[in-house]
Design a binder for this molecule. Structure first.
Ligand SMILES: *[C@@H]1O[C@H](CO)[C@@H](O)[C@H](O)[C@H]1NC(C)=O
Ligand SMILES: *[C@@H]1O[C@H](CO)[C@@H](O)[C@H](O)[C@H]1NC(C)=O
Ligand SMILES: *[C@@H]1O[C@H](CO)[C@@H](O)[C@H](O)[C@H]1NC(C)=O
Length: 427
């Protein structure tokens, strides 16, 4: 039975998945929508926050390339005040990086253009302010791409939700501890402040926290990815003006140009990350990897020593002039990894009244302008069979196997590592 437009809907999670879904469903006429989150969006320790996210149409997979090209139109128009078209360069020391080659082909097949860089030092012709020694690297440049102010665009999306009459509840009453079930039907959620919030339909857009509520260990797992920030002076930032977003596909390290006004450089690693093993008693006693629930994961500024070394090495190579500058801030950004990097957007296979929209796998944010549309189509059963299949949530086999969540082949760097107890105590 499809959800009728007057029924109550709770969306858990006010990141890009939850908020874009809320707005789209409201615009399709669903009248009673409440979004719950631990923090006011942009949630401080979510993966839809801080100063920047890459906006690219570059994908090996034709579906995401097409979706990203649609989203790109939104960044150029509706969200133009948060989008910076710096260009995006994909680089590798490997002469035949498979993902880069596929991505270039997919972009071209989708009507886009790329500038091949058999020798990456050619990038200096367009961007003379690049500090990095690019010799020995190759790849391509896409001028249609750059970065978006993540916190700013989420704030805009959240205020559009409020204006449309969507309630956003945060704090202890917005912190969901477990699902409220009656038999095989989900009828609401239990919240930290005590008590429950009931609804006809619950949508989980809980990102890295999803496994706390629901056993989806076969479909998704959380990994912390290191991010570092460097404060520049205005003059130093000016010397880096007109530089592109760059990713070194040999290391997974990527960097952004300094933020206008605040002059902050950011580096991060699109890698396999770190697992934080913890237990949950929801849906059986299970060991999962998840960031903590009841306080911010972005507070301590701790990242493991080897993660710091990796970022520092990336800093030295991308911005040699700032190689020894201390970080102004560091954190782990919690990805929701899936086996092939596909999102999970589906009715729960056995629990009625429950829909799941998560599994960003470190590449969801750029879809902000269009993601809700795709999710609402799946929710209403209007999406194509191919999409439903791609984003399917299969039933849990209920085993305790460790599934490989390596993603779509775009990552690099050291393999996934479990944090030690000492490291966990510092997070
Ligand atoms: C860049 O690195 C190469 C070795 O990879 C070296 O031969 C060259 O001298 C370096 N260029 C500059 C400008 O430092
Ligand atoms: C990591 O897991 C431990 C349990 O092993 C938990 O106490 C801690 O809050 C978690 N830390 C983070 C940052 O998620
Ligand atoms: C990219 O990674 C390769 C492999 O580690 C390294 O040799 C090269 O210096 C890196 N270049 C940049 C600009 O990060």
């Amino acid at each position: 039975m499809p959800t009728s437009k007057s029924e109550s809907i709770i969306i858990v999670g006010a990141g890009v998945f939850g908020l874009s879904t809320a707005l789209e469903l409201k615009q399709r006429g669903y009248s009673d929508i409440t979004v719950l989150d631990r923090y006011t969006p942009p949630a401080v320790d979510g993966s839809s926050v801080d100063i920047s996210r890459i906006i690219r149409i570059d994908y090996a997979d034709p579906l995401y390339c097409k979706m990203a090209a649609e989203a790109y139109q939104g960044w150029k128009t509706e969200y133009a005040d948060h989008y910076y078209e710096s260009g995006f360069a994909l680089l590798s020391e490997d002469a035949n990086n498979d993902w880069i080659a596929k991505s270039a082909a997919t972009v071209k097949a989708n009507g886009g253009t790329v500038e091949d860089l058999p020798d990456a030092t050619q990038l200096l012709k367009s961007y003379p302010n690049i500090q990095s020694n690019l010799s020995g690297l190759n790849g391509y440049l896409n001028r249609r791409g750059g970065w978006a102010d993540a916190a700013g665009s989420i704030q805009k999306l959240a205020s559009r939700c409020s204006v449309e009459g969507i309630s956003i509840i945060t704090g202890p009453r917005g912190t969901v501890l477990s699902l409220l079930q009656e038999g095989s039907r989900v009828v609401g959620v239990n919240v930290l402040s005590g008590g429950t919030i009931r609804a006809s339909q619950v949508i989980l857009s809980t990102g890295a926290w999803t496994n706390r509520l629901l056993n989806v260990a076969h479909a998704a797992s959380s990994s912390g990815q290191p991010v570092g920030f460097i404060q520049l002076t205005q003059e130093e930032a000016r010397a880096l003006e007109n530089t592109p977003v760059m990713i070194n596909m040999s290391t997974g390290i990527f960097c952004f140009p300094p933020t206008p006004g605040s002059n902050i450089l950011k580096l991060a690693r699109h890698g396999y990350g770190y697992a934080n093993e913890t237990t949950t008693s929801n849906d059986g006693n299970r060991t999962i990897s998840s960031p903590k629930l009841q306080s911010s994961n972005a507070q301590t500024g701790y990242i493991p020593d080897d993660a710091d070394d990796g970022l520092r090495d990336g800093l030295r190579r991308f911005f040699p002039k700032f190689a020894n500058r201390p970080w102004s801030n560091r954190r782990l950004c919690w990805y929701t990894d899936t086996p092939k990097g596909d999102f999970i957007i589906d009715d729960h296979p056995s629990l009625k009244g429950l829909f799941v929209a998560t599994g960003g796998a470190g590449h969801g944010f750029k879809f902000l302008p269009v993601l809700g549309n795709y999710i609402a189509d799946c929710f209403e059963g209007k999406a194509s069979k191919d999409l439903r299949e791609k984003w399917r949530l299969l039933p849990s086999p209920g085993d305790s196997k460790e599934y490989n969540m390596a993603g779509d082949g775009s990552r690099a760097g050291p393999p996934l590592r479990k944090l030690s107890d000492l490291e966990k105590s510092k997070l």
